[in-house]
Write a protein that binds this ligand. Sequence first.
Ligand code: HEC
Length: 188
Amino acid sequence: MNKTIITILVSTLIANSTLSANEELTQIKQEGIKYIKMLGGALKKEIKKNLKSDPSGALAMGACSSKAGEITENVNKNLPSYAKVRRSALKYRNEANKPDTLDKKVMREYEASIKADTFLPSDIKIVKKGDTYRVYKPLIVKRLCLKCHGEHISKDIRAVIKNVYPNDKATGFKEGDFRGVIVAEIKK
Ligand code: HEC
């Protein structure tokens, strides 16, 4: 073999190995986004359905508090055994969504980029912890969210919050604020 061919072979090998690492990340990201959309879509559908039949939000609030856990469980049942999807927030309503150290770190980065005006809603972050990849999607407060997470919350909704989530931290948000994340965990 002449030198040129060897050089080409070696550089192809190097190119392939870096490509496959990138490819793995791209695959993880796509897979994560798929699971994130499954959970986000299922929750949004439930909220919209309830807001339609009762625009005050009281029905949706009740449905959300009793069903969010169940919906999350059902979505997870349909995922492969190595994967899981959940939500978290720095200011959380449900104890079950309390962030761990890594969740907090990622969410603070999102908050910082919003503050610095460099935030992109498409900024999916992938972090590896042990043998598990975490794919994070940021959630921004939209008008739809204000009924239950905003600054002016109706008496009915406040009553549900007080009753079901006495330690709620998830009100007082404005449109455009960072609200939290949906996280897909993929074990490889
Ligand atoms: C009808 C009331 C209602 C509306 C509207 C609503 N939420 Fe919530 N949200 C809740 C309740 C109740 C919980 C706690 C139960 C749960 O989902 O685990 C919650 C929990 C969450 C959580 C999980 C973290 C935590 O705080 O426990 C996130 C993230 C979240 N909401 C984001 C949003 C976003 C973003 C919107 C708008 C697109 C929105 N919510 C609209 C009632 C609502």
